[in-house]
Design a protein around this ligand. Sequence first.
Ligand SMILES: Nc1ncnc2c1ncn2[C@@H]1O[C@H](COP(=O)(O)OP(=O)(O)OP(=O)(O)O)[C@@H](O)[C@H]1O
Ligand SMILES: [Mg+2]
Length: 217
Amino acid sequence: MRIDPSSFRPPSRATFVAFEGINGCGKTTLMKALSACLRQRSVPVVETREPGGTPLGEELRRLLLEWPGEKKSARSELLLFAAGRAEHVDKVIRPALARGEWVLCDRFMHSSVAFQGYGRGIDLDLVSQANDFAVQGTLPDLVVLIDIDPLEAQRRIARRQGSDKDSFEAEDLAFHRRIRDGFLECARSSPVPFLVLNGSRSPDELRAEAAEALSLA
Ligand SMILES: Nc1ncnc2c1ncn2[C@@H]1O[C@H](COP(=O)(O)OP(=O)(O)OP(=O)(O)O)[C@@H](O)[C@H]1O
Ligand SMILES: [Mg+2]
């Protein structure tokens, strides 16, 4: 299923693609496959992730995903993600785009809408303000959203080798259903173009569909 593909024109210039979806939907797998496609064409590409992508961001990632202390307040969580995102945009994403490189980012601002807005229940306008402050206008050219049933995603996470559950993976199924619906709502309402892929298809099918949308096929 594609939503609003007409508003995305694969640019000849550097392109910022964000990969979104619930935990275990296949973001990292698809991002690595597309990165390999780009490298084969000798296109310079930066692969990065959120939370993370910078030394400060990776520290924040540890605090956000693995911190063993008491559960954070939803507002603290939102602001920690936003702090890491500001650092990431300033130090990695914007400079790479300015150098003419593609940026493939494993999660970005719509994860805050889905997780902190739809998941934790923070007012969506406040999440949007935090995102706007963090990204300062650096928006993805395309968001690739991998949509999948949370039960299937949980089965994949359980099968994946050596994966301890992070703070979000440990949340109940209802939480992940809200996240899924939140991402789909983003795809419907965001001004950023979304490519929505059916995550139950094979990795090869997903790569082919995303590569076609990005004119890499
Ligand atoms: N299209 C697919 N079909 C079946 N299995 C898949 C598919 N894509 C990825 N997988 C497998 O599912 C598991 C989760 O994939 P992956 O790690 O890419 O997801 P993710 O969205 O990056 O997860 P996380 O949110 O935890 O980082 C992995 O074991 C991966 O090999
Ligand atoms: Mg991943």
